[in-house]
Design a protein. Sequence first.
Length: 360
Amino acid sequence: MISTNGAGGRWMVTIICALLGALPLCVSSFTTNRAWRVDPSPVRQQVGQQKPRDPTRMQLLGHNLANNAWDLVEMGNASQLRSRRNMFQFGVTATLALSTACQSAQASTTDPKTGILLPSEGEIETSIPLVWDDSEDGNPFASMGRDKFSRLDMTPDRVFYNDPRFVEHVDENAVRKMTQYISGQFLRPGDSVLDLCSSWTSHIDPSVFVQKDLTRVAGLGMNEKELTANPSLTEWTILDLNANKDTKLPYETSSFDAVLCQLSIDYLIHPLEVMKEVGRVLKPGGRVAILFSNRLFLSKAVGLWTGADDIDHAYTVGSYLHYSFGGFEDIKAEDLSTRKGNGKNKPIVGDPIYVVTAKK
């Protein structure tokens, strides 16, 4: 019998409880034939806990670290997603976690608006593999059904976007972070820019527009009134990218230095085809920046996106770029969110904002 008197006894009980608590995870991993081992490739490894998922949809299970493939599972009438965050890495760290500490950590990293588990500081940056598997088995989209790109509202987008929306879809602080990143970090002097899925704002600081002598800012969107009101655009075009899988961007090959896609990637039902077109219209050496959050029109977001956490989102966007085979390289993810607090892991304050970039 173990005495629980004193600090030593309490620590022993805590350790035993943690070990027992981890046992079901180990059993589950083996009974479902999951390959819970460290991948030899430099893909991020994470220890995490499964979180509630949308029970009404088939969801992305996450990237299998053992074979770089995405699996889909359906459990009875409910579908659950197990993200890349939940890859269980055997080790002392997982088994010695205090239950109270875990509860505290989860509470501090859960988005109060959505209930989605937010990434720790620096975690988004590790979501993109340094080495991609280009084999047929490694390409997650090679055998993925089109139902993963279905949406709750399948009415034509021209109907949904018929009325202009002169609102931001993230909070003021996230808007400021987007503007600072695009204007100060992403755009370069003399750039010709395509703002894909554009609206009434491109988040380009007016002073930077002049300072960097942007030669062209073309907007491609869905609503004429929104595009007309955008002060950054030198030209605009209305085009529904979801209307046809074979839709081509109405621009010449190698005509832009930079392409932006802001808070819209989660709505594309043909993302690989669109990203391949982005690669076509980019000049050699051109850059693309895809900015996203977990704020969205749920009815119009694709099933692959909804219910996933932000680490999954970053990996998904990176995969769109790579597996579009549009000539992209140096794919990276960056967390632009505001964080405050003391210690190593500062929680996100307000709406999160992230960016995935690549070069051609």
